[in-house]
Design a protein around this ligand. Structure first.
Ligand code: SAM
Ligand code: SF4
Ligand code: F3S
Length: 442
């Protein structure tokens, strides 16, 4: 059997990792990846439930697929990811075009689920939390990512229950993968050509396998021959432990950008959110890290207009942003999520919320533009990842994850090169390579 599978992925990096692992898994039963969804025999939607009308977006997407396959034979339709977990059999009832619903902790069963469906034509939803079996199974299937920068999930789920967040319900309790299982996957990725390993978890710095922490993992991975850069996301400020902070003293490969979501600059709002950290401890962590390694910069996530946020609380958020000068951040208006504590609270006036979001983003973007401007005329290290979409230039990333575009030849892909930055905008640095004979300004 040689069939084609197309996966459309929404949401966070963990969903991206999962989609790649699903491709690896389905290969075992004869499904090969296609980039063209019109060619698909199996169309899988890997969904995200974090904000807004997540559920409606999924039905909308299914409607679109249904329309475009009107004159062709229907592909097998699978809904996976966090909406699948939250909605489970409801989805099969509401949209008969969907064949299978599979939650994020059941991907190890996906081949059997598909084969069973083909044999018996029986629609099912599989949303058990069986994360141990999932990773045991996945560790036996090689991760085929051939990217220069590859994701590697080390931890899943969350026990923190911030009042606004669906993750503890969609991904289940915190689980840390066995240390050696992760190292084996890292070696495998490096053998495939990976130069940057991006460790992932909904609470990545809560990683704890038999008292081995994220710090141990970073120091072990950096010993592996061939790996050039290590990153991790997403961290909770409460789990930024001394051992992890110390790693920034010794590690040669851990990148100096720390993504540390604070959500709000107001202690009152943080308490209402059940965040379990306050601004004093957050700032202590930031300054400890800066003291250990002055190159470190920070990025963050913000929830604006959380129920109970007043003008003073909002000002506290602005003040924090002005103090830390995050170089890259995500900010969203609070979105009530079904089943969470905050879903029962009164939301703020829509106009006021939007105005606050615009105000915050203006400052965040200004900081980002200024940071990029300050790099102009400087020479930085860039890990070259691939060609730009139009194929004319090379695309890479700075140590701070900023996109860098410049002219160069294909043999530089996978290498760290020195680039002199000549121009910049909010999201991209443009430069010229200085250690190659091929110099041309991008
Ligand atoms: N575990 C991370 C932490 O503790 O910060 C966050 C993971 S969550 C997948 C990513 C981001 O989504 C959060 O940092 C938060 O800013 C945002 N988010 C989560 N729930 C939200 C909601 N109900 N409304 C708006 N933004 C939300
Ligand atoms: Fe969600 Fe992060 Fe809070 Fe967990 S710690 S509930 S993933 S925001
Ligand atoms: Fe979305 Fe689930 Fe990730 S809700 S952000 S895909 S953990």
């Amino acid at each position: 059997m040689d069939q084609k599978i197309f996966i459309k992925t929404f949401g966070c990096q963990m969903n991206e990792y999962d989609s790649n692992r699903i491709y690896d898994t389905l290969k075992k039963i004869g499904y090969n990846k296609t980039e063209k969804y019109e060619d698909a025999d199996c169309y899988l939607l890997n969904t995200c439930h974090i904000r807004d009308k997540a559920k409606e977006k999924v039905y909308h997407e299914i409607g679109r697929v249904k329309k475009s396959f009107k004159l062709k034979s229907k592909p097998l339709i699978i809904v996976a990811g966090c909406v699948a977990q939250a909605e489970n059999e409801e989805m099969l009832k509401r949209e008969p075009y969907i064949d299978l619903v599979v939650g994020p902790q059941s991907y190890h069963k996906i081949n059997d689920i598909i084969l069973n469906y083909k044999n018996k034509n029986e629609k099912i939803e599989e949303t058990e939390f069986d994360v141990v079996s999932k990773f045991e199974y996945l560790s036996k299937i090689k991760n085929k990512s051939k990217k220069i920068s590859s994701f590697l999930t080390i931890q899943e789920g969350c026990d923190k229950f911030c009042h606004f967040c669906v993750v503890p319900y969609t991904r289940g309790p915190e689980y840390s993968r066995p240390f050696n299982q992760i190292l084996d996957e890292a070696k495998n990725l490096i053998d495939n050509g990976t130069k940057e390993i991006f460790l992932l978890g909904q609470n990545v710095n809560a990683y704890n396998y038999k008292d081995l922490r994220l710090s141990n993992l970073i120091l072990e991975i950096e010993k592996l021959q061939g790996v050039e850069r290590i990153r991790y996301t997403t961290s909770h400020p409460k789990d930024m432990t001394e051992d992890l902070i110390e790693v920034y003293k010794y590690s040669k490969k851990l990148m100096p950008l720390v993504h540390l979501p604070v959500q709000s600059g107001s202690d009152k709002v943080l308490k209402l959110m059940n965040r379990k950290h306050n601004i004093k401890t957050y700032l202590e962590t930031v300054y400890k890290l800066k003291k250990i390694n002055s190159k470190i910069e920070f990025s963050s996530d913000f929830i604006i207009a959380y129920p109970g946020e007043n003008e003073k609380d909002f000002e506290d958020t602005i003040n924090l942003i002005n103090e830390i000068k995050f170089i890259n951040s995500f900010s969203f208006i609070f979105s009530p999520r079904p089943g969470t504590v905050a879903s029962k609270l009164d939301t703020l006036d829509k106009k006021k919320s939007l105005l606050r979001l615009e105000t915050v983003q203006k400052i965040l973007f200004k900081n980002q533009i200024e940071m990029n401007k300050s790099i102009e005329n400087k020479i930085i290290n860039v890990l070259v990842e691939n060609r730009t979409d139009d194929k004319t230039k090379l695309f890479g990333r700075s140590e701070y994850m900023t996109s860098v575009v410049f002219y160069g030849s294909d043999d530089l892909i996978g290498k760290i090169v020195k680039v002199k930055i000549l121009k910049s905008n909010q999201n991209t640095l443009f430069g010229t390579i200085i250690d190659s004979t091929h110099q041309k300004v991008a």
